[in-house]
Design a protein around this ligand. Structure first.
Ligand code: ADP
Ligand code: MG
Length: 406
């Protein structure tokens, strides 16, 4: 109630009190009452307006809070799922953030590190020391730690002092080195492949000649069985050389795949059916398929991938000459699918495992040692990987990992 109105009201009340007649008193009182009710209405309106305004502000605030929550959630998601390991350390050394990649890389649990001083958790190693120096002098740096980790630090001095600190980004060098090794190996394999292809090509022509002349000799030596037998050895020899030369030429040719969207579960069921009707399917082997309910779609060339799988499956049969179980399983692994081909066969000794994907490595009398190389080539053409785990006399599992359709 404004002062002016209050004053007028007091004045009317006073006049009513001082009035000489009842009529005059009533007149003053009724004026006071009118003033009062007018003011009450004005106040009521003002209150309603205020309430309205309050509601809008409240709504806006709600939206802003929701937006802020969404943004926080989004940023947290990025931080959690980023493959780089990230820590945030306040200027006093308190760790206020450690994402899951960092927990994994540093082999720590968040509850043991978070909101504690950095040096309590990483006191005595060079890593802790380096970070402490960095914090002390406020110098951002980049270093390689124990050939395993690349550490880079950045300082943040923006916003409230509470938020000043150091961002530490750690990168797993072993993974980088492993990739580098694979890349080098691939380069070398490519070069070797080119050399092998040239050599094979150069051998093929004279080999054809040798075989031709040996065949002529064989024909003309029919009267001399002893010499004819020698000629037949030459022919046999050239035949096996030809097989090798053809294999090399085939191996060194880059493969072309034509990917299409394939339901991997359905695809594996088809492969299973195909294998079961094959006359080479051993009666003493039990084949089982393990396929998840939800369809997994992947861009693959079904013909090529089937041939890669058949190589693994027939190796498995050959490893179980006394019978056993062959399991083909499909799993989803984040944005990838994983196919396991497991057998309960003879297994592979650890010292042989390293030679497994080398061309011509075989332990079989009639083997050519190109099945796994071919399978690997096909899988790599799909941007996938192939791995093996094995235990002698227990069994072997080959694992193919392929990217799923985005
Ligand atoms: P090949 O079958 O002609 O020998 P591969 O490249 O298919 O050539 O396989 C190479 C070698 O790897 C085999 O000779 C065998 O020693 C080993 N191997 C492959 N798969 C298996 C398996 N499932 N169990 C045991 N050994 C295996
Ligand atoms: Mg084979």
């Amino acid at each position: 109630m404004s002062d002016q109105i209050l004053h007028q009201l007091q004045e009317s009340a006073q006049l009513a009190l001082n009035s000489q007649s009842v009529q005059e008193g009533v007149q003053h009182l009724s004026r006071a009452f009118t003033l009062f009710s007018e003011e009450a209405i004005r106040l009521k309106n003002a209150y309603a307006k205020l309430q309205e305004r309050f509601q809008t502000v409240n709504q806006e605030l709600g939206l802003k809070v929701a937006e802020l929550q969404r943004l926080t959630h989004y940023l947290n998601n990025i931080l959690t799922h980023i493959s780089d390991a990230i820590l945030f350390i306040n200027l006093d050394g308190t760790v206020s953030l450690i994402n899951s990649a960092a927990q994994k890389l540093l082999k720590v649990k968040p509850e043991g590190v978070l909101f504690r001083k950095f040096w309590d958790s990483f006191a005595d190693d060079a890593f802790g020391f380096a970070m402490r120096e960095s914090l002390k002098f406020g110098i951002a740096h980049r270093l390689i730690y124990r050939n395993e980790m690349e550490i880079s630090t950045t300082f943040i001095y923006e916003g409230a002092k509470l938020y000043h600190g150091m961002i530490v980004v750690l990168r797993d060098m072993s993974e980088k080195q492993r990739l580098q090794l694979v890349a080098n190996r691939n380069d070398r394999m490519k070069e070797l492949g080119e050399i092998a292809a040239t050599v094979a090509h150069e051998i093929r022509n004279p080999l054809g000649g040798i075989r031709g002349y040996a065949s002529l000799l064989y024909r003309d030596l029919s009267h001399n069985p002893g010499l004819q037998e020698m000629a037949s050895y030459i022919i046999e020899g050239t035949k096996s050389l030809e097989t090798i030369v053809n294999a090399i030429l085939h191996y060194s040719k880059p493969i072309q795949i034509q990917p299409q969207t394939v339901d991997m579960g359905e695809f594996l069921r088809q492969v299973g059916k195909f294998v079961k009707v094959d006359p080479a399917f051993p009666a003493n082997v039990k084949l089982s398929l393990h396929i998840p309910e939800t369809p997994l779609l992947a861009p693959v060339d079904p013909g090529a991938l089937k041939s890669a799988l058949l190589n693994l499956i027939f190796n498995a049969f050959q490893a179980m000459s006394r019978g056993g179980q062959l399991a083909i399983s499909l799993f989803q692994r984040e944005a990838k699918c994983q196919i396991d081909v497991s057998d309960t066969g003879v297994g592979i000794a650890p010292d042989l495992l390293v030679h497994l994907f080398s061309p011509f490595f075989t332990t079989k009398k009639m083997g050519n040692g190109l099945g796994l190389v071919e399978a690997q080539k096909i899988v790599q053409a799909h941007f996938g990987t192939i791995d093996v785990r094995s235990q002698v006399d227990v069994g072997t599992t080959f694992t193919i990992t392929l990217p799923l359709k985005r």
